[in-house]
Design a protein around this ligand. Sequence first.
Ligand code: NAP
Length: 485
Amino acid sequence: MAKKKCFVIGYPLSHTLSPAMHNANFRKLGIDCVYVARELGKEKLAGFLEELRQEDVAGTNVTIPYKEEVMKCLDEVDETAKKIGAVNTIVNRKGKLIGYNTDWVGATRAIEEKVKIKGKRCIVLGAGGAARAVCFALAKGGAKKVTIANRTKGKAVLLAEEFGGKVDAQFEGIDLQEIGKVVRDAALIINCTSIGMKEGECPVRENVLHKGMAVFDLVYNPKETKLILEAKKKGCKTITGERMLLFQGAESFKLWFGREADLKAMQEALERELDRRKNIVRIGMRGSGKMDIGKRKKNIAQMGMAESRKASAGKLEKNIVLIGMMGSGKTSVGKFLAKKMKRKFIDMDKEIEKKAGRCISEIFKKRGERFFREIESIVAVEAALMQNTVISCGGGVVLKEGNMNELKRNGIVFYLKADTETLANRVGWGRGRPLLEGREKKERLEEILGERERLYEKYADETARVRKEKEKVAEEILKKLRIGR
Ligand code: NAP
């Protein structure tokens, strides 16, 4: 059977933790499937949904801003998703696309772990897509009264009217500023706004919180938002957003594959990914000036390398990921490095050719760059799932943030840096260079390097200077990894 694919679609998607979580689950359960983040502009949404009908696609998750928009493009929408008014999971059943909502299941399970809401008063902050799923979960859970408090009061009032007519619980909509008036007898307050993703942001003043209430923050990155930290200080029970993320993901998986997910594998992957991002943010915040960028990167690299060394003393090591322009020698250096380090070697371009059944210039010619980039994303996720491997990436891998998020999760990224003069001398006109076709080589290389250099610098943990002898470049990498010295 062909390898299956699942996606998450949305815009932007740099925050998503779903690929890490789902791929860990697939791996643990031995399911031959890969989960890929696909950032889509609105104009590409309908076209992409058509591609989901293909046999090898199990389904997709949908996130901001398309949870409502996708509903009109589907063949069927499940009754609960219709009531909620949002779809976050699409299942491909033999070419038919069916929409579901698993956010409400995630919210219910996360709440039930900590508090009982039957007969209680609850407050929902926000009136967007997530608030809809949470309101449904609260009504299903038997909450007596739900107050929706939103910055745009009109949206809260409308949502309250909509739900009030569909479910048993009582609903009301108020302005976020009026929250002080209703908190006294609330058992649970739930943040369904996006406030809290930035350090120090909190959707309510701390004097709104009191010991008798539980606080649930849907924002999951950082894991402990300011709201959660303030709630803990007040002695409130707290529920973090990553619990909901975990349970909604497990429910989506069940819809796609008809079996239970391995929650432990998913939770561990979430924790790892959140920790990795926390470390990067922490380092990023140490300095803000231009002078600090190099230092910051070095810190990140050292962090990765320290982990790598620690791991090498015990089990497996991180991947070594080589990025850079065409002609920078990623393949020859990578092969040499792999041999020297007794590691596996993956050439992403070769893997793409295998998957597409044709060479790269043919892929560009017959299916276009977009198709090539799609296969490249799948291959990036697959490569990132490897361990103890040297990965040579195509020059354009950095164009999608999702690719680099995946590769960096378990890899130390080296940028093989060269100027256009050097690259032009090394790049031939042979097969596999479709982006250079029909142009003056050096000029085109300059153009491409101009577009990409900032991205290579951004994603690299370390840089190695391109030289004539691959051995010397590999030596510099080993020296930076402090291996073999
Ligand atoms: P959405 O539809 O865009 O709604 C955003 C809500 O936040 C709106 O009510 C908006 O108020 C409010 N808001 C945004 N910026 C604000 C500000 N500066 N001050 C006051 N209110 C503000 O987004 P969504 O899909 O509901 O998602 C909301 C959050 O939940 C996101 O952070 C998302 O990542 C998270 N989420 C988590 C999970 C999980 O599994 N943990 C699942 C789904 C969503 P207005 O109406 O006034 O614009």
